[in-house]
Design a protein around this ligand. Structure first.
Ligand SMILES: C[S@@+](CC[C@H](N)C(=O)[O-])C[C@H]1O[C@@H](n2cnc3c(N)ncnc32)[C@H](O)[C@@H]1O
Length: 248
């Protein structure tokens, strides 16, 4: 059962995996880009103080960052030992349960959790079996005018070698979660507005990565890059890894 595999994942990845989860994002090779992601998400959220639901919070690093910024956070995860780890993480960061609470549960079938100003899926909705139920549950948990932000991998994620290895080794779910699917499910649930925005790793690749362009101004490589930037500006790729901002 994939959901049992999600629950057992932390126990199965051993001490090194546990350490990695506890010290995220600093234990990630892509730490700088992860920090850019959380920074952009904070810039898109309504300002604190606001009630924020962090779905599939894992070891709790995003919830802790949100709490440090002044949000009143509920972090939620299906795996009981992830929740224990998130509580340990909170204590390590000297935050109180008033600032951030962690609860164990399935985001596809959440009971009433109260009313939230905003909710975030950070790299977690693509582990769902039924994204429609997950988005519908969040819709119900948000106040009118509330926001849902997703930061999810797009088309191709389920067939990348890391995902295939995780599915084979641990039995977890790794799906493509492109904006076209998120937006479709969100509109079905009742969300009224959406924006599809590029991921920081895409911006990093375009603007910060060193390239050796040919000296002449016009080249195929330059043309492809300009086309990529224009697309980001004027017609978001509904299949790509993206941040999606939804309004209830
Ligand atoms: C890739 S991890 C991301 C964790 C965290 N957001 C982070 O960035 O470190 C995905 C998380 O989603 C959780 N998850 C998977 N299915 C879930 C479900 N149905 N309900 C709640 N959490 C779920 C997993 O237990 C896991 O902690």
């Amino acid at each position: 059962m994939p959901k049992d595999a999600e629950r057992d994942y932390l126990a199965n990845i051993g001490d090194a995996g546990r350490h990695h989860s506890l010290y995220k994002p600093f234990s990630n090779a892509e730490c700088g880009v992860d920090l850019a992601s959380i920074g952009i998400i904070m810039a898109l959220l309504p300002p604190p103080p606001a009630r924020l639901l962090d779905l599939g919070c894992g070891g709790g690093w995003t919830s802790i960052f949100f709490a440090m910024r002044g949000y009143q956070v509920v972090g939620q995860d299906i795996a009981p030992d992830m929740i224990d780890l998130a509580v340990e993480n909170r204590e390590r960061n000297r935050l109180s349960p008033d600032q951030v609470t962690f609860i164990c549960g399935d985001y596809e079938s959440m009971g009433p959790l109260g009313e939230f100003d905003c909710a975030v899926f950070f790299d977690s909705l693509h582990h769902s079996e039924d994204e429609a139920s997950a988005i519908d549950s969040v819709f119900k948990a948000l106040k009118p005018g509330g926001f849902l932000l997703t930061h999810e991998p797009g088309e191709g994620h389920s067939i990348n070698p890391h995902s295939i290895a995780a599915m084979e080794q641990y039995g977890v779910t790794e799906r493509d979660m492109p904006p076209r699917l998120i937006v479709q499910r969100a509109l079905e649930a009742g969300f009224s507005n959406y924006r599809v925005l590029p991921m920081p790793h895409e911006l990093f690749d375009i603007f910060y990565t060193k390239r050796n362009h040919p000296k002449r101004w016009f080249s195929k490589r330059r043309y492809r890059l300009i086309r990529r930037v224009s697309r980001l500006l004027f017609s978001p790729d509904m299949g790509a890894s993206s941040i999606v901002v939804l309004t209830k």
